[in-house]
Ligand binder design. Structure first.
Ligand SMILES: O=C(O)[C@H](O)[C@@H](O)[C@H](O)[C@H](O)COP(=O)(O)O
Length: 227
């Protein structure tokens, strides 16, 4: 099970978690000369990214990777790469190295090999993994009961996320995402809190894929919640 930390507001959660992530990145750079940061897309992390972007650290030593990507051009409002470039990779953090998952191919499947090659020199174990969660218990683009979801749970490279509808998605796999020194799950609202509590109970990962992050042998995952 993962610990859940409650905050008085979403802004307070964003501010405090951004400071904590920055501290861990500084520690990784001090110890190993480099750091890796995987970040989710979606709306929840936007304010956190803005706080994190302003944190003073040697961003040139940090590699930033999205946890998943929607298969749309990088200037599309749905693009996670666009979200990261516009809100995180600005100010001091603009010096970070970014490894995007989108390629200009018709389908994500055509990009898996190229993305897997680009991920080879991302520092592992990952130093910080920031994930969100949907109301259906998905995380990254690992959706419950999606056909072939098992590939995205067991494989180590990127996987074509079996999703319920457009846009298609490419996702880092559960095995890749959990090869990490620390994992933060940022969730807001009562519905997500209810789903989180359900996911804390042991059960099929395919039913609530976030379980794959919560029930790890090593207690590296921590949830952060505000109303
Ligand atoms: O690309 C994505 O959509 C994310 O990686 C996804 O896993 C997200 O974290 C959840 O869907 C929660 O999204 P919200 O923060 O918008 O609720």
């Amino acid at each position: 099970m993962a610990e859940l930390i409650e905050y008085s507001s979403r802004s307070e959660a964003a501010r405090q978690l951004a400071a904590s992530i920055a501290e861990r990145l500084r520690g990784a750079i001090a110890e190993r000369g480099e750091a890796s940061l995987v970040v989710s897309g979606g709306s929840s992390p936007k304010e956190l990214f803005e706080y994190l972007a302003g944190q003073e650290l040697d961003w040139s030593r940090v590699t930033v990777v999205p946890s998943d990507e929607r298969w749309v051009p990088v200037d599309d409002p749905q693009s996670n790469e666009r979200l990261v470039r516009e809100t995180l990779l600005v100010g001091p953090a603009a010096r970070a190295r970014f490894v995007g998952l989108y390629r200009e191919t018709d389908k994500p499947a055509e990009a898996v090999e190229s993305v897997a090659k680009a991920l080879v020199d991302v520092p592992r174990p990952l130093d910080v993994v920031l994930l969100g969660m949907g109301d259906d218990g998905h995380t990254a683009s690992l959706f419950p009961h999606a056909p072939d979801i098992q590939d995205c749970l067991d494989e180590r490279g990127p996987c074509v996320a079996p999703t319920v509808g457009p846009p298609a998605r490419l996702s880092l796999t559960l095995a890749y995402l959990t090869d990490a020194r620390s994992i933060d799950i940022l969730i807001f609202g009562t519905e997500k809190r209810r789903v989180f509590e359900r996911a804390q109970a042991v059960g099929p990962v395919a039913e609530l894929p976030v379980r794959g992050v919560l029930h790890l042998e090593r207690p590296v995952a921590q949830a952060h919640w505000a109303e």
